[in-house]
Design a protein around this ligand. Structure first.
Ligand SMILES: [Fe+2]
Length: 220
């Protein structure tokens, strides 16, 4: 990484009002321990995301909760050496919405290209590029070749990123997967690329979320 600015944040944001109580109780000790060990990469990712998305209000609220979800579930679904990149990707996954970065309109691609230009770890760039079914939206917008310049990772880290993103609403509210899909379909008109893409990607995303949910339930 070419630049890692000083990190003013002391830990992940706290938001507990709407989570399931059983899952909270199970994950709380893991999450508390992880906050204490917040790595420099995660600190940089959160600071960089805040600089780009902080002025956007609801979008920043969404990202903070996605990152918190990722930090909470990571110890339960990933080995120790895979947790940091998940949480960093969660902080950075939507930076492509920042007006300064939005050039193609495909926010995963715009975000990944920005990170690539900064010299950020390749795997992190690729996770951002392909998060939450970006392949489907790339096809709708005519950017398949550009997105395919970033390798797509399939596995528990990408599944957990999808889980965190697809169970968090656009203003940071906790949602079921089905409610999240419904709100996206209602937020964008039927002829919008996002509406068409989420309709097509729904089975793929559902499978990813289900795999992580089964891990969290101890049956995966
Ligand atoms: Fe998101």
């Amino acid at each position: 990484m070419s630049a890692v600015p000083p990190m003013p944040r002391a830990g992940l944001p706290s938001q507990t009002a709407t989570r399931g109580r059983d899952l909270d109780a199970y994950l709380a000790p893991f999450a508390a321990g992880y906050r204490c060990r917040m790595s420099s990469l995660v600190q940089w990712a959160s600071s960089h995301a805040e600089g780009l998305l902080g002025p956007l209000g609801a979008r920043w609220a969404h990202v903070q909760v996605v990152a918190e979800q990722a930090s909470r579930i990571a110890p339960a679904v990933l080995p120790a050496d895979e947790r940091e990149i998940l949480v960093a990707a969660a902080w950075l996954h939507d930076i492509g919405y920042a007006p300064a970065l939005a050039t193609t309109g495909l926010h995963p691609l715009d975000g990944a290209r920005h990170l690539e230009a900064l010299g950020v770890d390749r795997r992190l760039c690729c996770l951002v590029a392909h998060h939450s079914g970006a392949t489907f939206e790339a096809a709708e917008r005519g950017y398949t070749a550009e997105l395919d310049a970033f390798e797509r990772e399939d596995g528990p880290v990408m599944d957990a990123l999808s889980y965190a993103d697809m169970t968090t609403g656009p203003a940071g509210q906790h949602l079921t997967f089905e409610a999240r899909i419904t709100e996206i379909l209602e937020r964008y008109p039927p002829d919008h690329p996002v509406h068409r893409a989420i309709s097509r990607s729904r089975p793929t995303l559902a499978a990813a979320v289900e795999r992580t949910a089964r891990q969290l339930a101890g049956v995966g």
